[in-house]
Design a protein around this ligand. Structure first.
Ligand SMILES: [Zn+2]
Length: 245
């Protein structure tokens, strides 16, 4: 299955918190989108790998992605090494995305930065023909996505560009809230579990403020921010938002 945009997150919910808006915008734009979670988030204080699996599936439904896969790497301990890169290369070659979205280059959770480098390096290596991989006994062809954008999640980082997600913002929040065990306002049964950094009402508020802040910078209500190591090229000035800022 060929995808236009493939979003990687090291933990199920990273994508929802950071770039689900863009996935919705692009889906509405007729593009085929998908998500790959690197781990099952099994070290999360609240909930279990099983609850996270069903929450991720519910969120995928809301986001209308064509596929969501889990590579079942070890939460907290995944490494940027050949074995892990080969798994990611296999996934990139299977879906042949034009654009990849991945974790922030540095963040509160150390898995985020490591996963970001792992995915970005694998995206480059995936284009090298002499690295051979196969799927279901068939050898895969080399594929390099045109862009790798890192999404901004917890710590503030200066974005290189931001995308207006105002029209899909409610849907994005719905997808975040699909993680009932993780965030405030979840199921009754989990409200007795220990409170964590992300389970307080303040955390969810901060997600909304972040998107409002990025939105304000371009004169819209809500936006998501991205970093690109590569120079971004556009065809013409029509893509620019023209608000008074
Ligand atoms: Zn995470």
């Amino acid at each position: 299955m060929k995808l236009d945009i493939l979003a990687f997150g090291v933990h199920p919910d990273d994508v929802e918190l950071s770039c689900a808006g863009v996935l919705l915008v692009e889906k509405n734009n007729g593009k085929k989108t998908g998500i790959i979670d690197l781990t099952r988030g099994e070290l999360g204080t609240r909930g279990t790998a099983e609850t996270r699996r069903s929450e991720a599936a519910a969120a995928a439904e809301i986001l209308g992605v064509a596929t969501r896969e889990n590579l079942e790497m070890a939460d907290g301990f995944l490494q940027n090494d050949e074995a892990h890169q080969r798994k990611i290369i296999g996934a990139i070659r299977a879906y042949q995305p034009e654009i990849i979205l991945c974790n922030a280059p540095e963040d509160r959770h150390p898995d985020h930065g490591r996963s970001s480098r792992l995915v970005a390096e694998a995206a480059f290596l995936s284009g090298l023909q002499k690295i051979q991989t196969d799927k279901n006994g068939k050898s895969q062809v080399a594929w390099r996505p045109k862009y790798v954008f890192q999404y901004i999640q917890d710590r503030f980082l200066q974005p290189d560009f931001v995308v207006d997600i105002t029209n899909v913002f409610e849907q994005k929040i719905e997808a975040i809230k699909a993680y009932k065990t993780q965030f405030h306002g979840g199921a009754e049964s989990v409200n007795e579990e220990p409170q964590t950094y992300i389970s307080t009402p303040d955390f969810l508020d901060s997600v909304v403020y972040r998107h409002k802040w990025f939105g304000k910078m371009i004169g819209v209500k809500y936006a998501e921010g991205f970093i690109s190591e590569k120079m971004i090229g556009i065809n013409n000035f029509d893509a620019f938002i023209k608000e008074n800022t």
